[in-house]
Write a new protein. Structure first.
Ligand SMILES: N[C@@H](CCC(=O)N[C@@H](CS)C(=O)NCC(=O)O)C(=O)O
Length: 209
């Protein structure tokens, strides 16, 4: 039994989605981010970074959303979400997952919280720079998805779930991910998975369905 500490629509979204995809029994614990619950001593004992998600695996806590999604897929190989090691699909899964987690996800942090990166008077330039990085990423994915169905080939892998979570975060930006046509079609394919509706229902999300 896994236990996921989450907040609706946050970085925990990809982990929750993968839990549904693999069909593993799990318990959900909502963390009140606005109320600062993630910075309490009790929560910091589980996750010293003070963010969601935290996943309890065999009684011990782990953090970092992309790593949690990967380890779930590795622990449940029957799900097929982790391509077989040593194949081109596995190589691409690493490439895209690390790229999304290292380059695109931090740009969202700067878009939503420019104060984390610079003083208040530089906020607009931080946001513009973050927006440039995010839109460049959508352009790269759009070009790729013109030639293949998913990021690693013909089957969805963990990197795809991460990509769609980040695409969702762009929904209220000046140029959302869905304005790139091939990317929009891909997002539509991922959103058509029955787990996506269930995920949104469980997290109480009504936007971007
Ligand atoms: N790289 C981390 C980022 C986690 C993260 O920034 N989570 C946000 C929500 S999307 C959070 O908990 N923010 C609360 C805070 O920073 O106090 C991951 O992917 O797990």
């Amino acid at each position: 039994m896994y236990r996921l500490y989450y907040a609706p629509g946050a970085a925990s979204f990809v982990v929750h989605w993968v839990l549904l995809e693999i069909g593993a029994p799990h318990e959900l614990i909502a963390v009140d981010l606005a109320g600062g619950q993630q910075k309490t001593a009790e929560y910091l004992r589980l996750n010293p970074v003070g963010v969601v998600p935290t996943l309890i695996v065999e009684g011990a806590p782990l953090f970092e959303s992309s790593a949690l999604a990967m380890l779930l897929a590795a622990r449940h190989p029957g799900s097929g979400l982790l391509p077989v090691a040593g194949t081109r699909a596995a190589d691409l899964n690493y490439q895209w997952l690390f790229h999304l987690a290292n380059s695109v996800q931090p740009a969202f942090r700067h878009w939503f919280h420019p104060e984390d990166a610079a003083s208040a008077d530089c906020g607009d330039s931080v946001k513009e720079s973050a927006r440039g990085h995010i839109e460049a990423a959508w352009g790269r994915l759009d070009a790729l998805l013109g030639t293949q169905e998913f990021l690693t080939g013909s089957q969805p892998a963990i990197a795809d779930f991460m990509a769609v979570m980040l695409a969702r975060w762009s929904r209220n930006m000046p140029r959302p991910a869905t304005t790139w046509p091939k990317l929009a079609a891909y997002i539509g394919r991922m959103k058509a998975r029955p787990t996506f509706a269930e995920l949104n229902r469980r997290e109480g999300l009504t936007e971007w369905l």
